[in-house]
Design a protein around this ligand. Sequence first.
Ligand SMILES: NC(=O)c1ccc[n+]([C@@H]2O[C@H](COP(=O)([O-])OP(=O)(O)OC[C@H]3O[C@@H](n4cnc5c(N)ncnc54)[C@H](O)[C@@H]3O)[C@@H](O)[C@H]2O)c1
Length: 255
Amino acid sequence: MRLARKVAMVTGAAQGIGAAIAGEFAKAGAVVYALDRSPRLEATCTQICEAGGKAFSSRLDITDHQAYSDLVSNIVQTQGRIDILVNNAAIAYYEELLNSSLEHWREIQAVNLEAQYIGCKLVAPHMMKAGWGRIVNIASTQAIATEATVGAYAASKGAIISFTKSLAVELAPFGINANAIAPGCIHTPMSIVNGVDETTTESFQTWYVGKRKIPLARAGRPEEIARVALFLASDDASYVTGHTLVADGGLTITF
Ligand SMILES: NC(=O)c1ccc[n+]([C@@H]2O[C@H](COP(=O)([O-])OP(=O)(O)OC[C@H]3O[C@@H](n4cnc5c(N)ncnc54)[C@H](O)[C@@H]3O)[C@@H](O)[C@H]2O)c1
């Protein structure tokens, strides 16, 4: 029970990596507030509760800053504190530069980057008061090595890594550690692009698996990122801050 008596907030927790993090944290004893705009969230929280965990579903769009602020106030009123924040929710559009829109660029930054900033701003004062806190920001290997058509997404993820470093410096005197995780190819609903599961296509199997472009020769599972998040959210990571932990099966270490 590495998170016993901790109160955690996880964004984008209805499915994929966020749902796995919420489940893992609840299993480790945390009271989890799961945030998402998707109606799937209730089922995810029910599943966590049925497995013996404590998870409350909070349906909201994290770009609605007033709703986000009201929720944080309610949690603090009910629980007295928030110890852990995982900024996980994100979106992606795949568009060539010349066919891309400023609207989509701004939407991506608003969800992936700005909402992380807002979340930190809302929660940090309560962690500072307690003298302990953990912030885990989900970035991506797209921030390190990238490809065509994902400029806005890659830019948002690169900014998350820089933002996390600055946060770590600023919040260290208050007992708050801030770290990022850069997942590689993880099998989640996000890996389904235009109806095609990118982790099962022939080209993925040939290049990433067959040629071991991913040295571990497979896509990752959401639980494998959740366990990294658990480490960073726990006392085990007491001397780790400002770090980006790459969890990609080795994808970014090879040519
Ligand atoms: N799946 C991968 O291969 C992969 C790789 C690298 C990084 N990541 C990162 O991991 C995180 C989780 O990804 P995933 O694959 O589980 O994605 P996903 O699309 O399966 O889940 C994302 C969740 O975020 C929620 N969400 C999106 N916008 C929201 C908003 N405005 N308000 C509230 N909720 C919102 C969605 O409803 C969804 O439930 C993201 O930050 C993503 O960028 C994923």
